[in-house]
Design a protein around this ligand. Structure first.
Ligand code: AOF
Ligand code: ZN
Length: 372
């Protein structure tokens, strides 16, 4: 008779999910998957997670470590093992060949090449399959991949650093630094776990940010930089353009911009993404995100400013908020976190559900998920 879920199943799936998270920000266009193989004596025989660029897959890594000890093992996998033949054999086949006895799988893979056939293959080979362990956590880890496969666009996290009263700069434009060092370190970690970081032209000019991850030990985890600049106004000397050969920079712009200016960006190594204008003559953000999804991005961190934040909020394109709040009050002449986006009635507001609150030095970090 098939065994039901026990405490060890939950514990090892949590371990697999922890391994999966290591890949976030580096594995796109693939999902970040974790795999733990536990031998019949209850010892961990091998652990693996999806490698940078999306390959090798988690299961292949774990099997390589376990060797013969995979025989009779239980495989804990945070996403259904793949069943399609890419450059390497499918993970489901590899698990079968290695002789595992049981598989515990958090969620199925919505990729149309897989979508249930990985699980079906394991079952056909006589392997006992248990699904639904760690489903909520696995859905969150894979939220970016799921968004890309299901909606053709990356998951969007809006990160802001505000005063208590939601201001991001003084009326004179001073914004460095509203939140403290701990919060800023945390923000760099967010960069590392996203595929790309996006800013609007105003922020790119005012702050001239590098948008890289400069946390010690994670310097190689810098995301792609994306700037939304409808009319090619970003100076060629800005850090995003000048450093495009070291850290990739993409520019979302309107089609039909001045050819010489466009060529100058391309010459500097910037990848140009042309989209049509939305209602406000700026690039349509739905189209922009679809173009980023086409290029394989699964997780985009938006770092401002108030205009881009408003455009995304208005279009209901913000999936998560990472809100750092300092214990200061600036008053009404400070720059608001989001420009006006036409809310007349309370029912027009964009609504989120809080996921967590944590302290970050003197500041706090609240995270939210979109709810309507
Ligand atoms: C797994 N384990 O660790 C990952 C999986 O282009 P390929 O051949 O690497 O395949 C990409 C697809 O494989 C991706 O869309 C998703 O369905 C699956 N990712 N599967 O068994 C893994 N990263
Ligand atoms: Zn695979």
């Amino acid at each position: 008779m098939a065994r039901t879920v026990d405490a060890a199943d939950i514990r090892y799936m949590q371990m697999a999910l922890g391994l999966a998270r290591r890949g976030l920000g580096t594995v796109w266009p693939n999902p970040a998957v974790g795999c733990v193989l536990v031998d019949p004596q209850g010892r961990v025989a091998g652990r693996g997670w999806t490698q940078p660029g999306g390959r090798p897959h988690a299961e292949a890594e774990a099997l390589a470590r376990a060797g013969a000890r995979a025989r009779g093992a239980t495989a804990y996998v945070s996403l259904e093992p793949c069943s399609h033949r890419g450059e390497t054999p499918p993970c489901a086949d590899r698990l079968i060949e290695a002789g595992i006895a049981r598989a515990v799988i958090a969620i199925s893979d919505p990729d149309e090449r897989v979508s249930g056939s990985g699980i079906a293959g394991l079952e056909r080979a006589g392997i006992e399959v248990l699904t639904g362990v760690g489903t909520a956590a696995a859905t969150e880890v894979n939220a970016g991949f799921l968004r890309r496969v299901e909606d053709g666009r990356p998951l969007v996290t809006l990160k802001v650093a505000t005063t208590l009263d939601g201001r991001i700069a003084t009326h004179a434009g001073e914004s460095r630094w509203i939140t403290g060092e701990v919060a800023r370190g945390w923000a760099h970690f967010l960069r590392a776990s996203h595929d790309a970081v996006m800013v609007g032209l105003g922020t790119a000019i005012a702050d001239d940010p590098r948008l890289t991850c400069r946390l010690p030990g994670l310097e190689d985890r810098s995301p792609i930089r994306v700037v939304v600049d409808g009319r090619l106004r970003l100076p060629l000397t800005s850090q995003i353009v000048a450093g495009a050969r070291e850290t990739p920079s993409w520019m979302v712009t309107l089609a039909g911009g001045e050819a010489r200016r466009r060529d100058a960006f391309i010459e500097s190594g910037v990848e140009m993404i042309e989209v049509k204008a939305g209602a406000d003559d700026n690039p349509d953000m739905g189209l922009a995100l679809a173009a980023l999804g086409d290029r394989g991005l699964t997780r985009v961190l938006v770092e401002g400013g108030g205009k881009l934040a408003a455009a995304l909020l208005k279009a209901r394109l913000v999936d998560r908020l990472a809100w750092f709040r300092s214990p200061d009050i600036m008053g009404g002449d400070g720059v608001p976190v989001a420009e006006a986006f036409g809310v007349d009635a309370l029912t027009d507001m964009v609504t989120f559900t809080r996921l967590s609150i944590v302290e970050a030095g003197d500041d706090i970090l609240e995270t939210y998920t979109f709810s309507g």
